[in-house]
Design a protein around this ligand. Structure first.
Ligand SMILES: [Zn+2]
Length: 91
């Protein structure tokens, strides 16, 4: 199953490093920022999901999101493409 692949990706050393680095540089949820709110991001999200061909380590494909916005996005993507299980949260 795909989600297994995803889980191993999100647990990989390389991703953890990229994620940490990215959150440090982009500590505010991007969507909250658009809405004029300041909320710290906890999730680094792939703008174009990996399961849809998005690049895993391309900084341009990443965005910082707070947990609720990330969940909302994941739910939407999961709804649109049922077979694709969206990524698990990493902590
Ligand atoms: Zn947010």
């Amino acid at each position: 199953m795909r989600e297994v692949d995803n889980a191993s990706f999100y647990n990989s050393m390389r991703w953890r490093k990229v994620r940490k680095y990215f959150l440090k540089r982009n500590p505010i949820c991007r969507i909250c920022e658009y809405e004029g709110k300041i909320k710290s991001a906890t999730v680094v999200d792939h703008i174009r999901p990996i399961t849809m061909g998005g690049k895993e380590f391309d900084i341009k494909n990443l965005q910082s999101l707070c947990e609720s916005h990330h969940n909302a996005k994941s739910a939407r993507e999961g709804h649109e493409r049922r077979k694709v299980k969206t990524y698990k949260r990493t902590r």
